[in-house]
Design a protein around this ligand. Structure first.
Ligand code: GLA
Length: 389
């Protein structure tokens, strides 16, 4: 849908499109550093050129009205800016509503409500952060419409995470919202989640592409399994803290972890902690390799990340294991791993230009044979963060 088409739809639904402004917020893909962001470790995501668009306008009364051109069955979702509560029947709109709620909690006054129509091209439930995209998008819209000019994009990322944790009940870390809000064209973000210090690292792939493959599966219980991993890591950390002075699992290198690992009494929790520690170190190493243009080394670390997520962290799934193994079998695929929260969603791979066709064919045929589904394959580009258009 183009912005003009969105404005036309806005006019149909909300009377006219006078004074309507437009906005964009990207999706993200994480290249490496998975399940490290709530363990005080490093992540390395980038914003994509696909994302979520909004056209919006302030109202004169206190109504908030939302419409998604992707999930039209919800119709116009409406509530009052003076009485915001989570409601199952709001469906997708609980994300933007949650952001308004979070901003109010932080002391921002809404003198009126607003109308917002969205449309996006991030495949839903694919692990490319359609929810973070929508949260930060709402922040950008509201900042502009209500003149909350003191809010930086980083503030909007934190607001999005706060509302997702406290309004939507998903205890996510900061990675997704940060990547979406702070993205920069052709760069990934090397973010230290311990203190939110970050650095942009150019992703120069002169003869290769970033390829995302959508498994088109999303296993249920994603949120509860995710929250469970967080608890397992927190418990392992508590036990480690009885013998070593650390704030987070991200403070440990592999050798120090191995020296003290036996203090973690539960074997499952030991594996979870091991992943968090090793994955963080892998991420630091991967970025160092990328800076030296050692893309092949970077790719090998991506593969190791997948194995660790599969075996130690148990957030992969059969379908994504099939996708990763098929990718590894293609000469010219430098690295491949499941990306995002897990239990379905997408893999991310780095594929040489000359191997792209073979990659697509092997993945499509192999996945159809082994899983009985046709995967979706996107050759993606790294784009800028959320903004007014
Ligand atoms: C989800 C969460 C992120 C992060 C990833 C795993 O995408 O929203 O905060 O924890 O999972 O790396």
């Amino acid at each position: 849908m183009t912005i003009e088409e969105m404005k036309a739809r806005f006019a149909e639904l909300f009377g006219d499109a006078e004074g309507v402004q437009s906005y964009f917020s990207p999706g993200r893909v994480n290249l490496i550093g998975e399940h490290t962001d709530y363990n005080g470790g490093h992540v390395f995501p980038c914003a994509l050129t696909i994302g979520t668009y909004a056209v919006a306008r302030k109202r004169t009364d206190d109504k908030l009205r939302f419409y998604s051109a992707n999930v039209e069955k919800y119709g116009i979702v409406e509530c009052s800016v003076k009485d915001i509560k989570y409601n199952d029947k709001y469906g997708w709109a609980n994300y933007p509503i949650g952001v308004v709620w979070a901003l109010q909690k932080k002391g921002h006054l809404f003198d009126t409500g607003f109308d917002m129509l969205i449309w996006g091209d991030i495949p839903n439930g694919s692990g490319l952060s359609s929810s973070a995209s929508l949260e930060v998008l709402t922040g950008v819209v509201v900042r502009d419409l209500f003149g909350f000019n003191g809010l930086t994009n980083q503030d909007l990322a934190l607001t999005g995470q706060y509302s997702e944790n406290n309004f939507n009940g998903m205890n996510c870390g900061i990675m997704d919202q940060f990547a979406v809000a702070m993205g920069k064209k052709d760069n990934a973000i090397f973010l230290d989640t311990a203190d939110l210090s970050y650095e942009y690292a150019p992703v120069k792939l002169p003869d290769a592409k970033i390829v995302i493959v959508n498994s088109k599966v999303k296993h249920s219980l994603v949120d509860s399994e995710y929250n469970k991993r967080r608890e397992e890591c927190a418990h392992a950390l508590k036990q480690l803290q009885t013998v070593v002075n650390i704030n987070a699992l991200g403070d440990l290198d592999e050798a120090t972890f191995e020296k003290h690992a036996s203090v973690i009494t539960d074997e499952t929790e030991r594996k979870r902690a091991k992943h968090a520690v090793y994955e963080n170190q892998r991420t630091i190493r991967a970025v160092a390799e990328l800076k030296k243009n050692h893309i092949e080394e970077f790719g090998k670390l991506m593969n190791a990340s997948h194995v660790s997520l599969r075996d130690d962290y148990a957030t992969s799934c059969e379908e994504c294991d099939v996708l990763a193994e098929l990718a590894w079998s293609v000469p010219g695929c430098l690295g491949s791993r499941i990306t995002g929260g897990g239990f379905g969603g997408c893999t991310v791979s780095i594929v040489k230009d000359e191997a792209l066709d073979a990659f697509k064919e092997t993945i499509t045929k192999g996945y159809e044979e082994k899983v009985g589904k046709t995967p979706e394959i996107y050759v993606v580009e790294i784009g800028d963060g959320a903004r007014k258009l």
